[in-house]
Each structure stands twice: as structure tokens, then as C-alpha cells.
Write a protein that binds this ligand. Sequence first.
Ligand SMILES: Nc1nc2c(c(=O)[nH]1)N[C@H]1C(S)=C(S)[C@@H](COP(=O)(O)OP(=O)(O)OC[C@H]3O[C@@H](n4cnc5c(N)ncnc54)[C@H](O)[C@@H]3O)O[C@H]1N2
Ligand code: MOO
Length: 491
Amino acid sequence: MSSVEQAAASAMPAPSGHGPAAAPEAHGAGTSAAAAEDPIWSVPEHLADILAHIRPLEPLELRLLDAQGCVLAEDVTVPVALPPFDNSSMDGYAVRSADVEGASEHRPAVLTVIGDVAAGSGELPAVRPGEAARIMTGAPLPPGADAVVPVEWTDGGTGRGPATTMRAHSSAPEGAGGEVRVYRPARAGRHIRLRGSDVQAGDLALEAGTVLGPSRIGLLAAIGRSTVTVRPRPRVVVISTGSELVQPGEELTPGRIHDSNSFALTAAARDAGAIAYRAGAVADDAESLRAALEEQLAHADLIVTSGGVSVGAYDVVKETLSRFGGGAHDGDDRDDAGGPHGSSSAAEGGRVEFRRLAMQPGKPQGFGRIGPDRTPLLALPGNPVSAYVSFELFVRPAIRALMGLEPHERRVVRARLEVGEPLTSPAGKRQFLRGRYEPPTQEGTAGGVAPVGGAGSHLVAALAHADALIVIPEDTTEVEPGAELDVVLLG
Ligand SMILES: Nc1nc2c(c(=O)[nH]1)N[C@H]1C(S)=C(S)[C@@H](COP(=O)(O)OP(=O)(O)OC[C@H]3O[C@@H](n4cnc5c(N)ncnc54)[C@H](O)[C@@H]3O)O[C@H]1N2
Ligand code: MOO
């Protein structure tokens, strides 16, 4: 295991934690009397439960541009070689190399021009000894020729010394005939792109599992594919909840705040590769939330909510989703909650289970599958930093799993903590502080990381200036200046 992998294993939630797990007390997070009924989940346990209930989306055949950002679900082999024929890499003259051997400015080779070969030419003139064909970049090499001299090595057929360019056929059609003086030799093969020099027929063009970025879409087009079988980008619906929320652009009245989570989470889902829809903010009432969910379920592969998962009197997400049925396939409303802390997870029962996690921020979390298609739903806490950190730890991997990708994307590195005073961290919680990372100046040494803002999960401005999450492990309550910690690099 490399040092980065080791760091990742300790800093990031790992799916290996799924299944019967250590009692919460083992993480030092258990609360005495309540622990037995309301266990505290570790970060890896919660992620493992999510990933255990998410299957990659079924492959679809999509047109090339619709497949951008998707994961290839087939091995694509090359049907015909690229380039499909020997062709010129320069605008110039196709010649027989023997005819231009020893050519110089003082003793040019004088060749008879037998015509033009433009890109796309089907019929090719044969080049015999003493002849040349004017040829354009990408045009097929005519039979007989074995080299191309660029126009800059010739007089361009003008008889007036070295040329810099060809004369346009429209204004000087005589350029396709007459004579050309060649001032430099070209050995056989010069300026020729050979058939199959890029890929051969039968080669593997792209392997299943490849993400289709622009250059890969270009390759698929080059080998003649108009459609491709991919796992589609997941459709993620983001719903924020809270009667205090006002949309950006609208005036704030007393007690209200702008809805920032639905924007940050939708943007984050797009950044992770999803097609994300912002369904907007729903007021804190169960009926509105239920209606919004019913409406969105039809076109969601994953639903993300923010807010309403804590212990308040208006925590409507928790109230609604704890009882939201599984829909058509929902045989019963059985209570099969438990996951690593019991026999199975709520996700199997078609409802959402709410948990406390041994982390800060992001303690309250919900996960389950709802509706007739058992659509996965992640209910994130409403505090903006908590929602964002939860996205990075749980939603991003879930989106990647739906795409058929390895869930962990973020790089984790070791970095020296750059602070004046020791930092404290709550016992039994994995703390994720926002930080700015400075890469090492020397190879083999650790970079530095400085906290941005405090631990408060309302600090959106500090979050916007952070580029890393500083991970303080569960069993660490104080970190000295200069200590090395895992750091999750955001982007
Ligand atoms: N008595 C307790 N109170 C709280 C606990 C607890 O254990 N006991 N946990 C705290 C923690 S930790 C968190 S995190 C929050 C989670 O609360 P909710 O998920 O129920 O979220 P809300 O109450 O709806 O909102 C919390 C906070 O975030 C602001 N918010 C909500 N949505 C948005 C949005 N879309 N854009 C911007 N800001 C948003 C909201 O106004 C609140 O300030 O609970 C603690 N309380
Ligand atoms: O978990 Mo809350 O997310 O600490 O603010």
C-alpha cells in the first residue's frame, strides 16, 4: 500500500467497513445508556451501508455526444485501422524519393506536376519517374510516390524561387500542372502518415470503465462509432428543506436566509459527474415534502435532501421519510433497521433510516431507498458546511458507484498542520476542518495545511476559501502545531 493509499484508508470512509461491525463504543463514540438503541455509526460504516445498496445504473446505448461524461460499458475495438490509408502530413508534392535525392537550392530537382490530390480524393494519379502530384495535408498518397516534400521546400510551381505557400486552386488553376522545382531531398516515408500508425484494426480502442471525455469521444467518432453503450450519468435531484429559506435574488425578511445548500449540492453533484436538478426549497411541512418527493421520484436515480434531520420540532425530513413507503414493491413497512449495528439496513425496507455519525460536522444523517424503484436517498444535515462535507464523504462516492466508477475519487495526502496553537477535537468524532493546502516544495516531504475559519458548520465564507478537508481522527483530542495529518484534497 502506498503512503497515499494508507492515508486514504484512514481518512476516507472505506466500503470494507460494511457488515457486522464493532460496537460503537469501540470507536469511543458511544453514549452510555442510549447507545444500545441508538448506536452511533462510524464514517466508514455509514458509507459502506450506502454503497452496499447502490448498484451501477443499467447500460444504455447513447449517441456520442449524449455519452459525454458517462462510463463506457463495453470494450470498444477498432473496426478499421487509423489512419485508414497512407496520407500526407504536409501541403506539398508527392514525389518518388529517388527523384529528389541530392536536390538543393542550386541544383533543384525539376519534376512535372501531374495534378492535384486533395483531402478526400478518391481517384489517384500514378506518379511515375520525373513526376510529382501536388498534395494536400490528409490526402491519400498516390501510387508511385513514396515521400512528400512540403511546399516550402519547393518553388510552388512558380519558377520564382522558394515558396512559402501554395497558390489557391481557384485563382491559379495552373498550379495543378506545369513544373515544380524541389530544393531539398526527402527520404522514402518522409511526411507520410502510414495506414494503421495510430491504431490497427482489432486493437482495443477504449476499455469498459473508461470515462468518456472529449478526446475519447473524438476517438470513437474517428473509428466510426455513432453510438456507444455506457452507464448513463445519474440523475440526481436536490431538495432543500426549511421554512426559513428564501431563493437568491429574493429579499430577506426577518428570520430568513438564502437557500445556499441546494445550489452548492447541485453544483457538487454536477461536478461529480451527475445530471443534477435543483428541485428548490420545500417548507417545513410533511405534506409539501411528500408531494415534492413523489413528483421528483419519477426522474431521479438518487435524491439528496438538506436539512430537517436533527432533533428539532420541525425536522420534517426525518418525520416524513422515516415513514415514507417503498411504493409498489413495498410489501410491508417492516422495521429492519440496523445495518452494521443490526441484521440489515433500512435501505432494504424502502424507507429512510436516520442515524448519528461519529463525525463533525455532519453528525445527523439519513439514508434509505424510497418509492417503487427503491431510489436511494441521502438526507444531509442542513448546516451548510455539514451538508457540503457530507456530500464529499457520502454523496460523491454514491454518484460514482451509480456510474460504475470506483467510489473514492479525492486524493488524500499527509500534511503538516500550520497553526500557532494546538487544535482541539471532540473525543470519538472524526473531525473535518476546512483548510488550505500548500503542496511540498521538495519531493518526499509533506506539504502544509492551515485551517480556514473555525469549526462552526455555518461558516460558508471560510468553506468557499478552503481547498482541503483536514481530518482529525476519532481518537485524537488535541493536535500540536506541525503535526502531520491526513488531508482530503477537494478538486
Ligand atoms: N438539540 C440538538 N440540536 C442540534 C443537534 C443535536 O444533536 N441536538 N445537532 C446539530 C447539528 S450537528 C446539525 S448538523 C444540525 C442539523 O440540523 P438539520 O439537518 O435538522 O437542519 P436544519 O435545522 O433544517 O438547519 C440547520 C441550519 O442550517 C441552515 N440551513 C438549512 N438549510 C439550508 C439551506 N438550504 N441553505 C442554507 N442554510 C440552510 C438552517 O437555517 C440552520 O441554521 O442540527 C443541530 N442541532
Ligand atoms: O454535525 Mo453538525 O453537522 O456538527 O453541524
